[in-house]
Design a protein around this ligand. Structure first.
Ligand code: MG
Length: 305
């Protein structure tokens, strides 16, 4: 049996007037969402997404599969999209959504990770911090194409422009991975308010030093505030306390659209994405005719919003 222990913290930061981030810690389902949109939009988007994710995942068959988690992210997309369509004040709102769940694939317990936007998930193992997700942002795509170094990306003025988000289109492309539960591993899920302020090395130091996941999350939030706290900050730490003995460390890509993290030989698993969705060039281009599909910038959120 896989046993998980989690803790989280969310904070408005020092500049923003509203916390548009949301964090979810349920039994075996965890998520971070970072909303965007004027007026109440961002706050409503992240809250709507997390509630819809939870309710859809609760309705999944027992035990749930990785495809069920992807389906729950798609349900979250639909919920935000519908809500925005019904209320002119909320039009154009969207949110990042990075979700982690304990699922069963081929009779084995696995952690499924589903991701849209520029929040991040990392794995911390024996002092080493590895980013599991790829940022769906203009600069993230430039880094992957070799047009920008990671260091240049960190200070880039357009680093907040996201190219994929939940709720801005009727359909969403979801990246998904399986992460084998390995005792001792810590999975960190966070909004950009953490990684914009705190270097990976500092994050790794805290995760190495502070055993309690809730305390580690609070300490990371405090560091981000000390370093400026220019954005809302959300940190979720999920520790794998126990894992099935047979499981070996490894990670497989679930989705052809996912970055090249897949371990050799890892089989592709069905995702909830409709056929052809993963190849939709609009997601990569980040811009399409019509409203609601242009890249969204959370950098443009005014402090008074
Ligand atoms: Mg943010």
């Amino acid at each position: 049996m896989t046993r998980l222990r989690s803790g989280s913290a969310t904070d408005i930061g020092l500049v923003r007037r509203v916390n548009q981030d949301q964090v979810l810690e349920a039994d075996t389902l965890f998520a971070v969402a970072d909303g965007m949109g004027g007026h109440a939009g961002g706050e409503v988007a992240s809250k709507t997404a997390v509630e819809a994710l939870r309710s859809a995942f609760e309705q999944a068959p027992d035990p749930p599969s990785a495809g069920d988690l992807v389906g729950a992210v798609e349900a979250a997309n639909e919920a935000v999209w519908d809500r925005a369509a019904a209320d002119p004040d909320l039009r154009g709102m969207g949110t990042t959504l990075t979700a982690l769940a304990l699922v069963t694939e081929e009779g084995k317990e696995e952690l499924a990770l589903a991701h849209v936007g520029d929040s991040r998930a990392y794995r911390f193992r024996q002092g080493r911090l590895d980013q599991l997700t790829a940022d769906h942002s203009l600069v993230g795509e430039m880094v992957r194409r070799g047009q920008l170094s990671a260091a240049e990306a960190a200070g880039h003025p357009q680093r907040h422009v996201v190219t994929r988000a939940v709720g801005i289109d009727p359909m969403v492309e979801v990246d998904a991975w399986l992460v084998r539960p390995t005792a001792g591993d810590r999975i960190l899920v966070c909004s950009d308010g953490l990684v914009d302020e705190v270097e990976d090395a500092e994050i790794a130091t805290v995760l190495g030093d502070v055993a309690d996941p809730g305390r580690a999350a609070r300490e990371l939030v405090s560091l981000a505030r000390e370093h400026g706290g220019k954005d809302n900050i959300t940190v979720l730490v999920v520790d794998v306390v126990d894992a099935p003995a047979a499981s070996a460390p490894g990670q497989g890509a679930l989705d052809a659209g996912a970055p090249g993290e897949g371990a050799p030989g890892a089989g592709a698993v069905v995702t909830g994405a409709a056929p052809g969705e993963a190849a939709d060039p609009r997601a990569a281009a980040g811009a399409a005719p019509g409203s609601g599909t242009e890249p969204r910038s959370r950098g443009a959120q005014s402090p008074s919003s």
